[in-house]
Write a protein that binds this ligand. Structure first.
Ligand SMILES: NCc1[nH]cc(CCC(=O)O)c1CC(=O)O
Length: 312
């Protein structure tokens, strides 16, 4: 019997960022299975196709994911690499996240045309972001700024900034650094200025639960710290039945057994900001407890107003 050569197809979105992330995961996996043949399969998702509307209006949940999950379920690909923050809470039966990668810096950053930081931008400056989470936190700190939606990949957004359509944009540092664009950053926004999206900076590697050999391989690149942090953050988000289109933010730090979770729910206009912290050893329990705390402070009222607006 000859040496078994297995071909593994890895699904990804088509954006430069998605491809860079996928290549990174493939390189790590290849070290464990250099004999397998590794292939990248680029898949056009709804979120990449529809660029003319605000994401929250087309019901953001899973927009960048569904087509890729279908390809996995139908066996057209064997594994998929996603930005953790784009991964909805519910996963189709039969699929699992087999690894969470070590986390890049999860913070957001400001890129401004003049080099002014968030606190220095002149009143009336226009900041581009389609994220209600970012919008809420910008306006909470600087109600004198104007937030306008901006769609498209990281490079598209930077181009629109350069063209003068905005005075600044807010992007995840992780994405910029993976694309080699760190030199564009004006200010890395501290956690007190801007709490990141759930899962920001981590990648999820997904496969079919029954595909034992692929699953075993992917597990090798799982980062237990990142996994635990992401479990706490996602339990928090899940308690609000929301995705990345809601003005919800969270960041968990793991030290030894302990998880310390900061969470935030804010109104899109930034007038109401609920923010608190919770810690403990059980990641999911910490996430749920923090959500309950914010619900007692009025989070549901804020979020049901947002849902009503989005569904209108
Ligand atoms: N929603 C798009 C998206 N999904 C993941 C990242 C950045 C990389 C990451 O957070 O891991 C981005 C771009 C951005 O928000 O700036």
């Amino acid at each position: 019997m000859g040496k078994s050569v297995k071909t593994v197809s890895v699904g990804t979105r088509q954006s430069a960022l998605a491809q860079t992330q996928t290549r990174w995961v493939m390189d790590r996996l290849r070290e464990f299975q250099p004999d397998w043949e590794w292939r990248m399969e680029k898949i056009l998702t709804k979120g990449d196709r529809i660029l003319d509307v605000t994401l929250s209006k087309i019901g953001g949940k899973g927009l960048f994911i569904k087509e890729i999950e279908r390809a996995l379920l139908e066996g057209r690909i064997d594994l998929a690499v996603h930005s953790m923050k784009d991964l909805p809470a519910e996963m189709p039966e039969g699929l699992v996240v087999a690894a969470v990668t070590p986390r890049e810096d999860p913070r957001d950053c400001l890129i401004s045309r003049t080099g002014a930081g968030l606190d220095e931008l002149p009143a009336g400056s226009v900041v581009g972001t389609s994220s209600l989470r970012r919008q809420a936190q910008i306006l909470a700190r600087r109600p004198d700024l104007e937030v306008k939606p901006v769609r498209g990949n990281v490079d598209t957004r930077l181009r629109k900034l350069e063209e003068g359509r905005f005075d600044a944009v807010v992007l995840a540092r992780a994405g910029l650094s993976r694309l080699g664009l760190e030199d564009q950053i004006t200010e890395v926004l501290s956690f007190d200025k801007m709490l990141p999206a759930v899962g920001q900076g981590a990648l999820a590697v997904q496969c079919r639960g029954e595909d034992a050999s692929v699953l075993r391989l992917i597990r090798k690149i799982n980062d237990p710290h990142a996994e635990k942090a992401v479990r706490a953050e996602r339990a928090f988000l899940h308690a609000f039945e929301g995705g990345c289109h809601l003005p919800v933010a969270a960041y968990a730090q793991v030290e030894g057994e302990k998880v310390c979770l900061d969470g935030l729910v804010a109104s899109p206009d930034g007038r109401r900001v609920l923010r608190d912290r919770e810690e403990g050893n059980d990641a999911e329990a910490v996430g749920r407890r923090l959500a309950e705390k914010l619900l007692r402070l009025g989070a549901e009222e804020i979020l049901s107003a947002v849902r009503a607006e989005v569904e209108r």
